[in-house]
Write a protein that binds this ligand. Structure first.
Ligand code: MD3
Ligand code: FE
Length: 219
């Protein structure tokens, strides 16, 4: 069967841009056409650095399973949150960030007005039904002038976009397969999280939702 690129195929919709706030954009379906490749890469990375549920400094096991790719990886344990070059599970460096990841992150950041974004860390979150991520800030990176680019794959989830303070009432945004969030500027340190993943069966990811977050963590 000949492979053709059909612009009217609902599996490969044309992306569209939604501005949520100053410095915050959702590039709807921006990663749809590349989703299969991204998922193949995730499986390859997980073969070298397996998904694990890390422990917070407070001693709670996170409900999302995580792994990383790139020169730096984000970890948490009883000692704290940090970026480091070694996977604590193996003592080896994290798997290489695939070129397709870097390209996607750079392209998405450019669309949202952040040119020259070169990630040095990709945190991969895997949510199973019941998993969530409470409101938090991402502030372990060195330079908050760089945005964070997040890619949603698989089952949909409700994202909570909070404000500067934890007490600011969050807005709810549904993130679906292929959506890319670019988050920078004055909103970079805003609180955010996701509600509990509901059970489902996605044609490409089965019971899971994956989230890739691309960061510039070092200098
Ligand atoms: C807003 N991940 O990995 S992605 C995280 O769906 C994280 O897995 C969530 O929060 C997830 O830290 C949300 C969207 C996102 C990522 C980073 C941000 C939003 C952000 C950093 C600052 C502000
Ligand atoms: Fe975060």
């Amino acid at each position: 069967m000949a492979m053709t690129l059909d612009l009217f195929d609902p599996q490969t919709p044309e992306p569209w841009l939604e501005r949520e706030a100053d410095g915050v954009f959702v590039l709807r379906r921006f990663a749809s056409a590349r989703a299969k490749d991204l998922l193949d890469s995730i499986a390859e990375i997980a073969g070298q650095a397996s998904f694990r549920q890390m422990v917070t400094p407070g001693g709670h096991r996170m409900s999302a399973a995580m792994t990383c790719a790139g020169p730096l990886g984000w970890v948490t344990d009883r000692a704290g949150y940090r970026y480091q070059r070694q996977d604590p599970q193996t003592g080896r460096t994290w798997p290489t960030m695939p070129d397709g990841f870097i390209q996607l992150a750079e392209n998405a950041a450019e669309e949202a007005g952040f040119s020259g974004f070169v990630p040095d860390a990709c945190l991969i979150n895997r949510y199973q039904p019941g998993a969530k991520m409470g409101l938090h800030q991402d502030r372990d990176e060195q330079d908050f002038a760089w945005p964070i680019v997040s890619v949603s794959l698989g089952l949909p989830i409700v994202f909570q976009m909070g404000g500067r303070r934890r007490s600011d009432k969050p807005r709810r945004i549904l993130l679906e397969h292929g959506d890319v969030l670019v988050w920078g500027g004055p909103a970079r340190l805003n609180y955010h999280g996701v509600l509990t993943l509901k059970a489902g069966d996605h044609p490409l990811t089965g019971p899971y939702r994956y989230n890739l977050t691309f960061r510039r963590a070092g200098e």
